[in-house]
Design a protein around this ligand. Structure first.
Ligand code: FAD
Length: 335
């Protein structure tokens, strides 16, 4: 059996590892044109915190993705591999001046070990005159560490990595039994998918080792401490394809984060990054059977469109995608 995984971001790598785990004797090849710091995954702060509108094919499946993903990250956090894999525990607050629903999250209120309403004293922990707030404890996965960790594990399990741009699914090696399509925004062209839209984000990574708690405020403001740097954000620009750094976004992010925590003014800026979140109102994890003009057939399982929550949900959708592969091979898929 030979599986291909198109894409080497967080979705491709977690899918490739899941394939190796569930099909230990199979060959697995990753094919991608970008790796590590050249992927959107690298830009993410990596907090486990799905948006409330995140959606898979059904509510039940979406909740299962969340549970499977959180269990995966939390198990890794508890293991000896935690530091190597870039997974840690993180606690923090989400505050709002205006909207009580913003501080609630039906996906994680039952799932996380701690998710509760912030007290009156806690609402005054940082500047802003906050009216509503929640406190939670979750996981954070730093892609800067996780992507190379996962690649190393994949290679040690006998996996193969090919650097190649694919303009048509039939460009992949001919002997593949199933191809997993984990191309993020790349799927827009490959699948001619009009439902896939970029939501542009920009963040600053600063050195501020004194910040130990995560904070979210209104207007997409967040301060998320990671292993070496703290991520300051952010913005969400719908349908923007601009991958260039923008000085106006940078100024706005700094001003909002400095208002929240003035000590950040003294933090050294390590880098600023931009990424296009691959947003799809329903994340696409489903099989497809393609036939080209020469009659060649290719079994594909799509796994893309995770928007701003790909790090959060990657291991959950990977597990589900590999189950779809299994069903496809057993002839149980409705195609
Ligand atoms: C500013 C910002 C902050 C974020 N913060 C968080 C967060 O805190 N928590 C969270 O859960 N998520 C966060 N995200 C979202 C997260 O980064 C994405 O959901 C996730 O990275 C998507 O992963 P992916 O593997 O689908 O895509 P990518 O990382 O873009 O990987 C796509 C892969 O496909 C390959 N590929 C594409 N097209 C082709 C082709 N034609 N031929 C060959 N290879 C191809 C690319 O080379 C690449 O390897 C954030 C995103 C941004 C921009």
């Amino acid at each position: 059996m030979h599986f291909g995984v198109l894409g080497s971001g967080i979705i491709g790598l977690t899918s490739a590892l899941e394939l190796q785990q569930q099909f230990p004797t199979a060959r697995v090849s990753i094919i991608a044109d970008r790796f590590n710091e050249d992927t959107v995954s690298y830009v993410a702060a990596g907090i486990f915190r799905p948006g409330t509108s995140f959606m898979g094919p059904t509510q039940e499946i979406t909740h299962q993705w969340m549970r499977d993903a959180f269990n995966y990250w939390d198990e890794l956090r508890r293991s000896t591999e935690s530091a190597l894999a870039g997974v840690c525990q993180l606690s923090g607050y989400i505050f709002s001046r205006t909207t009580p629903s913003v501080v609630r999250n039906h996906f994680i209120e039952q799932l996380l070990p701690v998710y509760r309403r912030a007290t009156e004293q806690e609402l005054r922990l940082c500047q802003g005159g906050w009216k509503y707030g929640s406190f939670f404890t979750t996981c954070l996965t730093e892609s800067r560490l996780f992507l190379p960790y996962a690649t190393k594990k994949f290679l040690a399990n006998g996996g193969q990595v090919l650097r190649q741009h694919v303009s048509n699914f039939f460009d992949v090696p001919q002997d593949l039994d199933v191809l997993l399509n984990c191309t993020g925004m790349g799927a827009k062209e490959l699948c001619n998918d009009q439902h896939l839209v970029p939501i542009r984000g920009q963040v600053l990574k600063v050195r501020a080792p004194w910040i130990k708690t995560a904070f979210y405020g209104d207007l997409d403001t967040y301060v998320l401490p990671g292993f070496e740097t703290v991520t300051l954000g952010g913005c969400r620009q719908y349908d923007s394809y601009n991958t260039e750094w923008c000085k106006y976004d940078s100024m706005a992010i700094k001003e909002r984060c400095y208002d929240l925590l003035p000590s950040l003014k003294k933090a050294e800026i390590v880098r600023e990054c931009v990424g296009l979140r691959p947003h799809r109102s329903v994340v696409r994890v489903e099989p497809e059977l393609l036939t080209n003009d020469q009659g060649r057939r290719l079994k594909i399982v799509h796994n893309y469109g995770h928007g701003g929550y790909g790090v959060t949900t990657a291991p959950g959708t990977a597990k589900y995608a590999v189950q779809v592969v299994r069903d496809m091979l057993a002839g149980n898929s409705k195609l």
